[in-house]
Design a protein around this ligand. Structure first.
Ligand code: ZN
Length: 164
């Protein structure tokens, strides 16, 4: 008998998951196809990654993740910036993420909260920052990552192609 593969660093894991908030509201869903992530590369929130370690294909688990091990705590408040500080050809929608620069020129992720004709409200907090997250997860597949995937820190598609 060989031991079943276990979720560990350097493995590409396919998950099916359902993410709900504390109030039971559905926040995200992988669909039947599931989603691949590279274990140990911070592709998913730390609380979920920790809980999945050592699991095998077919395992189902429910994980409650506090903000500190999820998308962090909220810091600061959303800011309003003039609409014309964005390029005209970019269609801005709530939930969009883009990369801005902080005062020192370092890249920081920013999310669009609301858009009016004159202004855009942006927030440095992930939309789920401060939220308690409840994941219902099933481990669908486990395979060793390729050296490319390890170098890139994320899984590639079945044909090895990816976009970035
Ligand atoms: Zn890549």
């Amino acid at each position: 008998m060989t031991e079943p593969d276990r979720v560990a660093n350097g493995q590409v894991v396919t998950l099916r998951y359902r993410l709900t908030g504390e109030d039971g509201k559905l926040l995200d869903d992988s669909g039947d196809e599931g989603m691949d992530y590279l274990h140990g590369a911070e592709n998913i929130v730390p609380g979920l990654e920790k809980a999945l370690a050592d699991h095998v294909v077919g395992d189902k688990l429910s994980v409650v993740v506090q903000p500190d091990e999820g998308y962090g705590r909220r810091v600061g408040a959303p800011q309003r910036v003039p609409r014309d500080s964005f390029p005209d050809d970019v269609e801005l929608e709530p939930g969009m993420q883009f990369v801005a620069e902080d005062a020192k020129g370092r890249p920081v992720p920013v999310w669009v909260v609301a858009v009016t004709q004159a202004e855009v409200e942006i927030d440095a907090n992930h939309p789920l920052a401060g939220a308690v997250l409840k994941f219902d997860v099933e481990v669908v597949a486990i395979r060793p990552a390729t050296s490319d995937e390890i170098a890139h820190g994320h899984p590639h598609g079945p044909d090895g192609h990816h976009h970035h």
